[in-house]
Design a protein around this ligand. Sequence first.
Ligand SMILES: [Zn+2]
Length: 339
Amino acid sequence: MADNGRLVFPFTAIVNQERMKRALILNAINFRIGGVLIRGERGTAKSTAARALAALLPDIDVVAGDAFGCDPHQPATWCTNCREHAAQGEKLPSYTRKVPFVELPVGATEDRVVGTLDIERAIQKGERHFEPGVLAAANRGILYVDEVNLLDDHIVDVLLDAAAMGVNTVEREGISFQHPARFILVGTMNPEEGDLRPQLLDRFALCVDVQGVRDARARMAIMERNLAFEQDPAGFYEEWLPQEMMLAERIEDARRLLPDVRYTRNDMSTIAEMMAGLGVDGHRADLVILKTFDEVQTSIAELDKMVASARDKASDVEAEQEDVSMYGDAAGEDRQKKA
Ligand SMILES: [Zn+2]
């Protein structure tokens, strides 16, 4: 699918790197998970995967002429402008567009990230004008932050805050502006180039370590697919379209099922025991696993629907436990080191 008119490498054609792909898919299903930090050397498909995920996600309805990508069907999340227009009885026209993929510009300042209120204009003309920043552009999409470990701590803090809150509020001189900022935060870092402060590391919901593929056959597949894509992007995309569509549908189905998911005491006890066993410090990881566990259950529910052959209860339970331990690894990895 296209990213600014350019075809991007299909998500499902990425060889191996299952954990990274899983972590991205889980965030796509449930925005509330709070992002993913991908650690690994250069050339491990980190940026390709994030870009490909954005291209794969279903198109979104947005309010036309709105710089904040407000969802016409969710008035409770609207920006200050949309609220005011609606309060004045205006109808908000909408259109459908692709999910945004925004890369944090190198050297971005806090103003560039959160946006700015034009105070002079407010004083001189009595007009409120808000210049949207990166958070506005990324709303309902993916915000990709390369080499997050090399950023100013304060900026990382701002990004993580917005990702956790889902809104961005800017206040100056008694004037305030608010807009939705629900996005999937994807940070990458090369551990050889310095670490992220533990306090910040801890706030990324999921952390995945990626490595270059060691298996020769898989490396062949990577070369073949990259060459095929380079030679004929449209043809290659066409070839992968069925897989792409199947994954997109599964994500949509899981999103629909998400509000109905209930946690059982059994789920919580499994997670608590596992995290205690791993010697994990904080309690945030437990909650992240519980939230990601939703998706495990919903994907399993979906799988059950798709595969007509009934599976017996026992193998279901096994599959769930396997998945839980995988997310346990992902969310617990770093915290465990501090214990
Ligand atoms: Zn709006």
